[in-house]
Design a protein around this ligand. Structure first.
Ligand code: C2O
Length: 545
């Protein structure tokens, strides 16, 4: 195994998109940022130097960070932010994960432009569990704002309203042919007729789940969130923010140009949405993509409608683990968390741009709207037993039970309580968690991500989870393993994991606006016995608040 050293300089960089030049925050002046390529078992040492005007942290999304929670990255959770002028060395080893992950800023809305791919190949002398592709291409889906994204979320938090929607979706940083001034820079994927390419899709968009298709080509899914899957052939993917999907594509069509297209999947009811489509182009090596002659208009794929929940559901159901996996029938912790939006009634004198102009948007799990601490990080406070930073009384069940998915659930049912509550877990305990969407304000598909863990998705369904009937749907044989689950709109998902990684681990909705509204909580996993079951001591350069 190797040790890879990198320097990531976070800086302001001018880039031209949608006809104008904008100063955005990048890593090393690149947008998207640099691709990290490693093998399973390797160690990464990344010195992040902050030369921007914002506090920043970097999160290595999906990396298990076994015993190295200090390198996980979410601000005020595992570290305080790296101040302008400061730096921090993230050091971690990749154990037991292969496929595609990614990295992104985990501070305010900086991840709108601060992100990149993290590719994990098998160890030397090991091979993929599928035919060796002749080409591998990271395909990162993103979301672009003409305004400064940090200003967009600050303004929403000031007024209590919803943030402005983005101006474009992007593929590898480019909006593509259908957006203004973008045609020339549309991402091109050159291929040879007959070859099989591995496309590593990553959804880095801030606030939207996306459907993805390729004109006239089938995709065979072979991995998701850096876990291999049973090969599954499909013409459409649904990728939620945070998730990755690796697909094999055989270039078996007439040698010309084909669009790869992505469009938002908007699951909430009555959401008016500009379903602008972003595109890249697969260009067969055939002379037809010549820069000198006129280009052939690519073929356009059929994309599901923006509210096609059936397509999203069918795709999720197709993802399975390749073999019989280790799922536990004896569970130590049965948990039930609601996920959904909420509203605060405004106090006199407050700005109030939420619904009806007398509310502010919020969001919660089990009626607790998560508040990030400011004076210390949760992990540091846990390690040094600093009092007053958090409490460990996050509720295992919702405080009130009601028909979570009824139409027009009254907001009066509850108003979330803002707090910094953690749920404590004994080392090694088997955790089974029902994530239940609520329809307060609106039902919505929420991509829930857990830091420091992969989990098995035992089942998903619609309506209210029924502990008697729905257990029959549990897949104990080959459930998919992921780090982010798209909890169905007006429905539920049941996940299982073993708490074998000590530390403080954030769990949150990966629609960034929902984190800002409080759709998050954290698990506090205690040390077990001995060094191999204990959190390492903090690095000497850990940023303090
Ligand atoms: Cu991809 Cu908390 O993050």
């Amino acid at each position: 195994a190797e040790v890879h050293h990198h320097e990531f300089v976070v800086q302001e960089t001018p880039v031209k998109r949608l006809c104008k030049t904008h100063n955005i925050i990048t890593v090393n002046g690149q947008f998207p940022g640099p691709t990290l390529e490693v093998r399973e078992g390797d160690t990464l040492v990344i010195n992040v130097v902050n030369r921007a005007q914002y506090d920043v942290t970097i999160h290595w999304h999906g990396i298990r960070q076994l015993r190295t929670g200090w390198a996980d990255g979410p601000e005020f959770v595992t570290q305080c932010p790296i101040k302008p002028g400061g730096s921090y060395k993230y050091r971690f080893t990749i154990e037991g994960q292969e496929g595609t992950l990614w990295w992104h800023a985990h501070s305010s809305w900086l991840r709108a432009t601060v992100y990149g791919a993290l590719i994990i190949r098998p160890r030397e002398n090991k091979t993929y569990p599928f035919e060796k592709p002749s080409r591998e291409v990271p395909v990162i889906l993103g979301e672009w704002w003409n305004a400064n994204p940090v200003d967009v979320i600050r303004e929403a938090q000031r007024t209590g309203g919803a943030p402005n929607v983005s101006d474009a979706f992007t593929i590898n940083g480019q909006p593509g042919d259908f957006l203004k001034c973008s045609e020339k820079e549309t991402t091109a994927i050159p291929v040879k007729p007959g070859e099989t390419a591995l496309l590593r899709f990553i959804n880095a968009a801030l606030n939207h789940e996306l459907f993805v298709t390729i004109a006239q080509h089938k995709m065979t899914v072979v991995a998701a969130d850096a876990s291999y899957t049973k090969p599954f052939t499909t013409s459409v993917l649904m990728i939620a923010p945070g998730q990755t999907t690796d697909v094999l594509v055989t270039m078996d069509q007439a040698p010309t140009r084909y669009y790869v297209a992505a469009r938002a999947y908007v699951s909430g009811q009555n959401v008016a949405f500009d379903n602008t489509t972003t595109t890249a182009v697969i260009e067969y090596d055939c002379g037809c993509a010549s820069d000198f002659g006129p280009k052939i208009q690519p073929a356009f794929p059929a994309l599901p409608a923006f509210n096609d929940t059936a397509a999203a559901t069918a795709f999720a159901a197709g993802i399975k683990s390749p073999d019989r996996v280790k799922v536990h029938e004896n569970v130590d912790e049965y948990l039930f968390f609601t996920v959904g939006l909420g509203l605060f009634n405004c106090k006199p004198g407050e700005l109030c741009a939420g619904p009806n102009n007398n509310t502010r948007f919020t969001a919660s799990m089990n009626n607790v709207s998560f508040v990030f601490p400011k004076k210390d990080s949760l992990l540091h406070a846990h390690y040094y037993k600093v009092p007053g930073v958090f409490t460990t009384d996050f509720p295992a069940y919702p405080p009130v039970q009601f028909d979570y998915t009824a139409k027009n659930v009254s907001q009066a049912l509850w108003q979330p309580v803002p707090a910094t509550k953690l749920y404590p877990l004994r080392f090694g305990s088997v955790v089974q968690l029902v994530l239940q969407d609520t329809s307060i304000v609106t039902p919505e598909n929420h991509p829930i991500h857990i830091h420091g863990y992969d989990f098995f998705i035992l089942a998903e369904g619609f309506g209210n989870f029924d502990p008697k009937k729905d257990v029959e749907k549990f897949n104990y044989v080959d459930p998919p393993q992921r780090n982010t689950v798209a909890v169905p709109v007006n429905g539920w998902a049941v996940i299982q994991f073993v708490a074998d990684n000590p530390g403080v681990w954030l769990m949150h909705c990966h629609l960034d606006v929902h984190i800002n509204w409080g759709l998050a909580m954290a698990f506090l996993v205690e040390d077990g016995y001995g060094e191999l079951q204990s959190l390492e001591p903090p690095p000497v350069d850990l940023p303090m608040c």
